[in-house]
Design a protein around this ligand. Structure first.
Ligand SMILES: Nc1nc2c(ncn2[C@@H]2O[C@H](COP(=O)(O)OP(=O)(O)OP(=O)(O)O)[C@@H](O)[C@H]2O)c(=O)[nH]1
Length: 456
């Protein structure tokens, strides 16, 4: 829904913008231009005039556009978004975001929300499915801070992958000072989804024996969206035979309305625990219409009664999964099978993006997330979570390379010491590795400089 709204707002704003003419000076040759109010205004200080073409894109309220010397003829006008013009030659995959989708005459689409406990491997799986590293991954929990879109387009089919933050509780979010997005984004993503992938880390004995309560709550709130169970990290299991027991546990022994028999496990009976068949919260597996014809973008969450919440708290699995997959997102084992499944599940419908779009993340978010990934990787425990990142410079050089300067805002002197490392080694390593990742993401040389300062 949000995406559609964005799209709609943007198209309207572009139409309005095309009719708006104004000129503006350029600020420090920066590729960034801003409009913060309803009146289009470019904050610049050199008398250079630009032409903003209507082939624009929007991402989380940030509009990206081509910027060419000439006359400014468009802006986002009255919607109050920040307008970001990405220098004369923007990275193609970023500048395409809102270009008219180049769909064939019989397009198919599927929106897949990937949900699961923190560290289940959601971003790793999404990267594998996209065939390119777009989302930050780390061994620490809550690497993903807000929902982001990955897009895979092949032949007549577009697959939109909604990577979500690990599900958490308001109490944990408060304790660890997590942003609100970690609480609302997973559920919001389900509103847009045609299919939910519940990802479980089977190498973790705490998460493999029962579905996280927050996951169950999400499923119960959107019972009519088909859901599949994906058991991840199978490469870490010594014995693969236990996967069957885990499957029986997490599905309550029922997949697609049929009992599954697992040697050694009690034969499962559909509807014996949790949601009873025919209860308003549970999709009846025999009701093909309810499971197979969701209307994309129209789901709103069911309000769960206290009794339903209590039932979920004692529930270990979900008896309404449509299918189960077992894979290793890290090395890509069997990820192709899941991809083929998405392709088959895609339904006739208009594409949302141009076929060359890979993600809706803004360049700044990609930069911040990539650096955050390194901080999470190299700094101990809570330290990286307390740091904020500020982009101080973003400039395209004559050579076409991007020069980016980022300041880490650190809360304590001791944290400052840690992030700098002996002789500045650690901060240089983080800048080097993040710069290399960004070079691959932006398809151009990135010269990244990171500095740090204590803010208290
Ligand atoms: N061995 C192995 N490790 C994996 C696999 N999938 C993910 N990982 C690792 O698990 C850790 C967490 O992966 P992420 O993709 O960041 O997990 P996430 O679910 O997005 O994490 P959050 O941001 O906390 O929600 C990383 O260290 C990954 O390398 C897998 O199939 N096998």
């Amino acid at each position: 829904m949000a995406l559609r709204v964005c799209h709609h707002i943007f198209r309207k704003s572009v139409r309005r913008a095309i009719n708006t003419n104004f000129t503006a000076p350029l600020e420090n040759a920066s590729p960034y231009l801003y409009t913060g109010s309803s009146a289009p205004r470019l904050q610049t200080n050199r008398q250079t005039v630009f032409h903003l073409t209507p082939a624009c894109c929007v991402s989380s309220g940030v509009i990206l556009d081509r910027l060419e010397k000439g006359k400014v003829t468009s802006t986002n006008g009255g919607v109050g978004h920040r307008l970001t013009a990405v220098r004369p030659e923007p990275s193609e995959h970023l500048s395409l975001l809102l270009r008219r989708p180049d769909q064939p005459w019989n397009p198919k689409i599927i929106r897949v929300a990937v949900v699961g406990a923190p560290n289940a491997g959601k971003s790793t799986l999404t990267n594998q499915l996209l065939g390119r590293k777009v989302f930050a991954v780390s061994k620490k929990v809550h690497t993903t801070r807000s929902r982001a879109v990955g897009v895979f387009t092949e032949d007549d089919t577009q697959i939109i992958l909604l990577d979500t933050p690990g599900l958490t509780t308001p109490e944990k979010a408060k304790r660890h000072q997590l942003e609100d997005s970690l609480l609302v984004d997973p559920s919001n993503s389900l509103q847009e989804a045609d299919l939910v992938v519940v990802l479980v880390d089977v190498s973790d004995k705490w998460t493999r024996n029962r579905l996280d309560f927050e996951v169950l709550k999400c499923l119960a709130q959107y019972p009519h969206i088909p859901a599949v169970l994906v058991l991840n990290k199978v490469d870490l299991l010594k014995s693969k035979s236990m996967l069957l027991d885990v499957t029986a546990e997490l599905t309550e022994g029922v997949v697609n309305g049929r009992s599954i028999r697992v040697k050694g496990a009690a034969p499962a009976r559909a509807g014996t625990t949790g949601w009873r068949r025919g209860s308003p919260a549970a999709p009846d597996p025999t009701d093909k219409g309810a499971l197979e014809e969701p209307v994309a973008g129209t789901h709103s969450p069911r309000k769960l009664s206290k009794e339903e919440v209590r039932t979920l708290q004692s529930q270990r699995g979900w008896a309404h999964f449509k299918d189960v997959f077992m894979l290793s997102a890290l090395d890509g084992e069997d990820v192709e099978t899941l991809m083929r499944y998405f392709m088959l599940e895609a339904k006739p419908g208009s594409w949302v993006y141009h076929s060359e779009v890979l993600t809706d993340q803004s360049p700044e978010d990609l930069c911040r997330n990539t650096i955050r990934e390194k901080l999470l990787e190299y700094l101990p425990q809570e330290v990286p979570y307390t740091m904020a990142l500020r982009i101080d410079l973003w400039r395209e050089l004559e050579s076409g390379a991007l020069a980016i300067t980022v300041k880490l805002l650190v809360q304590k002197d001791s944290h400052m010491k840690m992030v700098i490392g002996p002789g500045g080694q650690l901060i240089s390593k983080i800048a080097r590795e993040a710069g290399e990742d960004l070079t691959r993401i932006f398809l151009r040389d990135v010269q990244l400089k990171i500095t740090a300062k204590v803010t208290n």
